[in-house]
Structure formats: structure tokens, C-alpha cells
Write a protein that binds this ligand. Structure first.
Ligand SMILES: NC(=O)c1ccc[n+]([C@@H]2O[C@H](COP(=O)([O-])OP(=O)(O)OC[C@H]3O[C@@H](n4cnc5c(N)ncnc54)[C@H](OP(=O)(O)O)[C@@H]3O)[C@@H](O)[C@H]2O)c1
Length: 322
């Protein structure tokens, strides 16, 4: 495993993390069990991963509980998220997440840009107070486009925003248009969610349809397709190096300076996702992958969640779907 300093936190974190949405045991199909997820976490730890991401919204706290139990006795950098509909009462959410995880929170992220009916500045003030109380280590955001990220940075007084967790992969590169460079300049870490495009960048669905799960609803239709150029670039590099396609997709993100947090449903996926430093990607490999995925630069990164939806309605939607 390779590690690097996570922004201004003082933590040395594995360059690839572990996404625990799957541990919520909802919306990812029924082809895996709770034991599978627990052994995925154990395998990740055994393979040197020390960066774990979850959210209060995943399985309505279930993912946090499973992750907390599986991490018991292990030192790890644990990140969770404040659901957008709870921004009005972050302390209550933090206390619940700490109870679920059975430990304090190292990185606390605002899950998505709050609705127009919420006061982001007030939320940030409370989060700064939570750092002082030692309940959370650091403050991060998620799904914040550049403009909103800058606003959040200006709103801080005592702490800094250390990271922005964004959808970023070979199948979605919009963040490169406006956010990644800004983050680099300001020492804000980019955490890449859905780094395997929810499975479509693993190669196993290149010749077949991805199984339909609620978590994949956004990938229906054309957006879900991997272009032939990208398939063949991934296949070629995989054959040349004798490493599997998902490892190449993840390693490309590390080379871009992001922290991928692939979700794993079982031990073998976790083992594969941790072993991405056993080969090198040359500059020419990266250029080929860049070229083959250029069309995914199209469009600005915008907030996925409609900001006009009031918190109570968002709560119903998310509780139903995550
Ligand atoms: N901040 C946000 O708004 C946000 C949004 C989404 C996700 N996230 C975070 O990001 C994490 C990762 O994103 P994600 O889970 O949406 O997508 P992902 O990591 O791109 O894809 C995960 C899926 O890919 C397949 N897979 C994983 N590793 C594999 C391997 N080595 N070989 C073959 N298949 C493999 C599994 O599905 P199958 O076996 O069914 O193919 C798995 O469920 C989440 O767990 C969560 O922590 C955050």
C-alpha cells in the first residue's frame, strides 16, 4: 500500500480508500451478504487500507454500524457524512454517527449542497464547535461545485475545509474542468466517489448489461455506456501489464491526485481494489486513457440534488432510496 498526507489533517492515509455504501445493505442488489461485507472490510485492513468512508444516509445508519463493528480495535481514518436534510441539526447527527461507529469521526463531510432553505454558514459554525469539542477531527464537503466550495471556505473561521468528495472516474471527468486544479492549489483533497463508475469500469459489464439496482438508476441509458475507445484502451493496458481492468481504472485516479474510495461487496473485490500499487502506469498509458475518456469532460460539475427540494421531502426521498 502507498500512503500520503491527507491535506492539512496530519493524517497519513492510504492512497486508495474503502467506500462503505454497500455495507448499508440496501440498493445494491441481493448478491452479497452481511458477512461478505464484513470480510471485505477485514481484507481491506489486512491489505493496508486505513481510509474508510460511510454516511449517516447509507442504510439509515446501518453502514456506519457495520463499519464501526468491523473496524473495532483498528486504527483508521474514518469519514462519514451529514445528510443534506439534517444540516439544521448537525450535533444530533454527529452524536448518532459516533454511537453508530463506536468511535469519534476523523473527517465529517456535508454530504451534498444544502437546499436553499438551509443555512450553510450556521452549519459550518456548529461543525467548528464540534472540532473544538473533539467529536470530529476535520471538516469536509461533498458534491460541492467550485463556486459553493469557495463559499464554504470563506464561511470558515477557526477550521479549514480539508476535502471535497466528488463523482470522479474515467467515466465522469467533469470535475477536471473547474475543481481539481483549484483544490490542488488550496491543498484540499479530492475524494473520488463511484471511482469504478458503479461497476461499469471494471470490464465485467463491457459485453453485457450492468445489473439494475436502485444505486445505479442514474446510469441508465446512454450515460451508462462505456465507449469502445475506452474499453479497448483499458483492455490493451490490462493485457500488456497483466493486471485487471478495475485496478487500472483506480490507479488512473490516484495518478490524477485523487483518493478513490471504491465500494466493495466482498473480500475478493476489496483485495483487488487494495492491490493497485503492484504495477506502474506510464505517462503514455495515462495519456491514452485521458484521450479515450475525453468525452466525459463534457459539462460543468453541478450539484446533483435539486436545491429547491425542501429538507423534509429530501429526507423522505433519501431514506427511501439509500
Ligand atoms: N458523496 C457521495 O454523494 C457519494 C455517492 C456515491 C458513492 N459514494 C461513496 O463512494 C463509494 C464508492 O462508490 P460506489 O459504490 O457508488 O461505486 P463504485 O465504487 O464505482 O462501484 C462499486 C461497485 O463496483 C463493483 N466492484 C467493486 N470492486 C470491484 C472489483 N474489484 N471487481 C469487480 N467489480 C467490483 C461492485 O458491484 P457489482 O459486484 O454489483 O458489480 C461494487 O458494488 C461508496 O461506497 C460511498 O462510500 C459517495
Amino acid at each position: 500500500m502507498e500512503y500520503k498526507e491527507f491535506g492539512k489533517t496530519g493524517w497519513k492515509v492510504s492512497k486508495v480508500g474503502f467506500g462503505a455504501w454497500q455495507a448499508g445493505m440496501r440498493e445494491w442488489g441481493n448478491d452479497y451478504s452481511l458477512d461478505d461485507v464484513k470480510s471485505a472490510v477485514s481484507t481491506a485492513i489486512e491489505n493496508g487500507i486505513n481510509f474508510f468512508d460511510t454516511a449517516e444516509a447509507y442504510g439509515d445508519g446501518y453502514s456506519e454500524r457495520v463499519l464501526g463493528e468491523s473496524l473495532k480495535g483498528h486504527e483508521a481514518f474514518v469519514a462519514t457524512k451529514l445528510a443534506g436534510f439534517n444540516v439544521g441539526n448537525p450535533e444530533k447527527s454527529i452524536d448518532r454517527s459516533i454511537r453508530n461507529l463506536g468511535r469519534s469521526i476523523d473527517l465529517y463531510q456535508i454530504h451534498w449542497v444544502p437546499s436553499y432553505y438551509s443555512n450553510l454558514e450556521k452549519t459550518i459554525r456548529v461543525l467548528e464547535g464540534m472540532v473544538k469539542k473533539g467529536k470530529i477531527g476535520h471538516i469536509g464537503v461533498s458534491n460541492f461545485p467550485r463556486e459553493m466550495l469557495e463559499k464554504a471556505i470563506h464561511m470558515t473561521k477557526k477550521e479549514e475545509i480539508v476535502s471535497d468528495q466528488l463523482q470522479y472516474s474515467l467515466a465522469d471527468r467533469r470535475v477536471e474542468n473547474s475543481i481539481t486544479e483549484f483544490c490542488k492549489k488550496n491543498r484540499i483533497e479530492v475524494i473520488a466517489w463511484s471511482p469504478l463508475g458503479r461497476g461499469k469500469l471494471t470490464g465485467k459489464y463491457f459485453d453485457s448489461k450492468m445489473p439494475f439496482t436502485a444505486s445505479r438508476t442514474m446510469d441508465i441509458g446512454k450515460k451508462g455506456l462505456v465507449p469502445e475507445d475506452l474499453k479497448s484502451a483499458l483492455r490493451k493496458i490490462s493485457e500488456e501489464k497483466g493486471v485487471s481492468i478495475p485496478k487500472i481504472s483506480l490507479r488512473w485516479l490516484v495518478e490524477k491526485g485523487a483518493y478513490p474510495i471504491p465500494g466493495a461487496k466482498n473480500s475478493s473485490q476489496a483485495e483487488s481494489n487494495a492491490s493497485i500499487f503492484e504495477f506502474q502506469l506510464s505517462e503514455s498509458d495515462i495519456k491514452k486513457l485521458d484521450h479515450a475518456s475525453d468525452l466525459f469532460l463534457n459539462g460543468e460539475y453541478t450539484n446533483l440534488m435539486p436545491r429547491i427540494v425542501p429538507n423534509f421531502a429530501m429526507k423522505i426521498l433519501i431514506k427511501r432510496f439509500l
